[in-house]
Design a protein. Sequence first.
Length: 310
Amino acid sequence: MHRNGLAAWAALLTGTLVGTLIGCSPGGAGQAVAVAATASAPSSGAASASAPDEEVPVDRDDALAKALKPLLPDGDARVSVAVAALDGVTDGAVYDGTSAFDTASIVKVDILAALLLQAQDADRALTAQERAYATAMIENSDNASATALWEAIGGADGLDAANLTLGLTGTRAGAGGEWGLTRTTAGDQLTLLRAVFGTEGTESAKGAKSAGSGLSAASRAYVAGLMGRIASDQRWGVSAAADSASVCALKNGWLPRSATGLWDINSVGRVSVGGQRYLVSVLSDGNATKEAGVALVEGVAKAAVSVLTG
């Protein structure tokens, strides 16, 4: 269980680290229906012509809003989600992707990405101690390790600088050392997932950088490997959207707020459905209990992926 400071992420510079990814829970994603229309020209004497079939574009944001409508809770709870196909062929979908939420422990991925960017700029490998902190921070969501790496990157200034490179425009680091109170959006978290997974497996050159992300291929593989070995008691959240035969990589965040007693529950990661990979970020706050928040996030993740799997 987490206190006022949580987040998620991990990475490395000294070559590609390939880990065995955890199996995801069955998700049971549904399907969205594509709409097609055909038009035929009227017959004119001896000749008639038919116009080619034209696909009517699917408004996936609208489809997502409709899919989420029966899941949205009454009361204080809020939720935001962004989803995209990793292959980029299918348009993604967003529901309230620009509202800001506390990160809780999902920021740990961002902290590690910042550390890796700084190490790359200095042309050095992570130290043994930094790697130990990174492993504990991502796989076990250890807060003391997150604090140590937060200080190593220069705190809020270091995280904000890294996010400029990563393209996170709506994320602001927590003040006063409260890294778990970093504010972010579902859209920014999808950008961060793209920085880690966006060109995964497409580059073999050691140290080659992902276009636009700044993270090297080795760094991306390191982060993905750590996210794929999350402790068994933390394998909830976006993993619910995956099918039973898939593997996934994720990071969750959970934070009870002392002022209200309500919970921040977040989950970000990569899942597979039917052999296709998807990036999903779900943020929520105002949950009455941790269990209620987890159930909300999992339901939203499944609904979001189902909009794309059609």
